[in-house]
Ligand binder design. Structure first.
Ligand code: PMP
Length: 363
């Protein structure tokens, strides 16, 4: 089968512009460096290294330090490199923080909805906001007895994003899976932040947790070891084998971010990329932006034509032109262009040109 035409096509195909929501585009420079070091990093591949070896410990410590520097994580907070995806954190957060009490949740999309549902197994959950637009601070009416307030900073499926850090009278817990490393964040305001790696950090398989150390150690007694923040803090994320390769890849991504000018540069670039798309969508006679204007995400730009057949035709035709992954989330429909840190501005410029051509043929 190696001789088959399809195989040859895969090898010689040019890289496409990948607008997938996650796993998603990674910086080419990172992939090329990983390729160079794949077989021989230090006499062996990182994939072959014992996680207890000095060589891997160095990779681990460097990744953690670089992350701490990039996100300006204060010493009060620990950085954990875990497995289980962001979804495992939907359960880990209440198990560790709810203390047989209650918690407030803002549901602004499917992932916060799922998180709230999962949390109901471990305590009383008050959904204090449920809507597709991002609430204003004054719309959040917190419960007196909530142990924490949970929200999802960027709704990957609906293409909405919180543009402020909510003030809550309790611990702040946040799912930052799809906008971590894209803006400066005052980490001291949070008790807990978690993020799956597969959008802005590394391949799927790593979840980064940032936790205020003072909050650890209050987990429900039956909490599994690998879900106990206290246990993971005490063992520096290594109560079991960590996702070694992903941690190494995160380290390379952090080097790349630093070379681009750090988080500040990521913040500026995301505004350029999303601005190009939203400006065009706002004047288009064919495409309609989906998200409420004030809630628009810098990461996931959602839109449609208002006609499901035409949406399908667009996504398929775009793919033929090298713009991949534009089909919207299954529950939402329409289209979604995910434009994470690694998406070059040029990729968005070319997408907009292509969309203009598509529109010109149909309007
Ligand atoms: N939260 C958000 C904001 C997401 O976008 C996703 C996945 N796309 C998840 C949670 C679930 O992540 P995982 O698949 O890593 O469990």
């Amino acid at each position: 089968m190696l001789e088959s035409i399809e195989w040859k096509e895969i090898i010689f195909m040019e890289r496409v512009y990948n607008f997938s929501a996650g796993p998603s585009v990674m910086p080419l420079e990172v992939l090329e460096r990983a390729q160079k070091e794949l077989v021989d990093y230090n006499g062996m591949s990182v994939m072959e290294m014992s996680h207890r070896s000095a060589a891997f410990q160095e990779i681990f410590d460097e990744a953690k330090n670089k992350f701490r520097m990039a996100m300006n994580v204060p010493d009060t907070h620990e950085i954990l490199f875990l497995q289980g995806g962001a979804t495992l954190q939907f359960a880990a957060v209440p198990m560790n923080l709810i203390e047989n009490g209650s918690a407030d949740y803002a549901v602004t999309g499917n992932f916060s909805k799922r998180a709230a549902k999962e949390a109901e197994k471990y305590g009383k959950i008050n959904v204090i906001y449920d809507g597709l637009s991002i609430p204003k601070q004054q719309q959040l009416k917190f419960s007196d007895d909530a142990k924490y307030f949970y929200y999802c900073a960027n709704n990957t499926a609906y293409g909405t994003e919180w543009h402020y850090i909510p003030e809550a009278p309790c611990t702040l817990a946040c799912d930052m899976s799809s906008d971590i490393l894209t803006r400066e964040v005052d980490i001291s305001k949070y008790g807990l932040i978690f993020a799956g790696a597969q959008k802005n950090m590394a391949p799927a398989g790593l979840t980064v947790v940032i936790i205020d150390k003072a909050l650890a150690g209050k987990e429900i007694p039956y909490t599994p070891q690998i879900m106990s923040y206290k246990t993971m803090i005490d063992h520096d994320s290594m109560i079991n084998t960590p996702p070694c390769w992903c941690i190494y890849m995160l380290s390379l991504t952090l080097d790349w971010i630093s070379k681009q000018g750090g988080i500040k540069a990521m913040d500026e670039l995301k505004k350029i990329r999303s601005g190009l798309l939203y400006d065009y969508l706002d004047e288009s006679k064919l495409f309609i932006p989906s998200a409420d204007r004030e809630s628009r995400s810098f990461m996931n730009v959602t839109f449609s034509t208002g006609n499901a057949e035409l949406d399908k035709e667009f996504s398929q035709d775009a793919e033929k032109h090298g713009f991949v992954g534009l089909k919207g989330y299954k529950l939402v429909g329409g289209m979604r262009a995910s434009i994470y840190n690694a998406m070059p501005v040029e990729g968005v410029e070319k997408l907009v040109s292509y969309m203009k051509e598509f529109e010109a043929k149909r309007v």
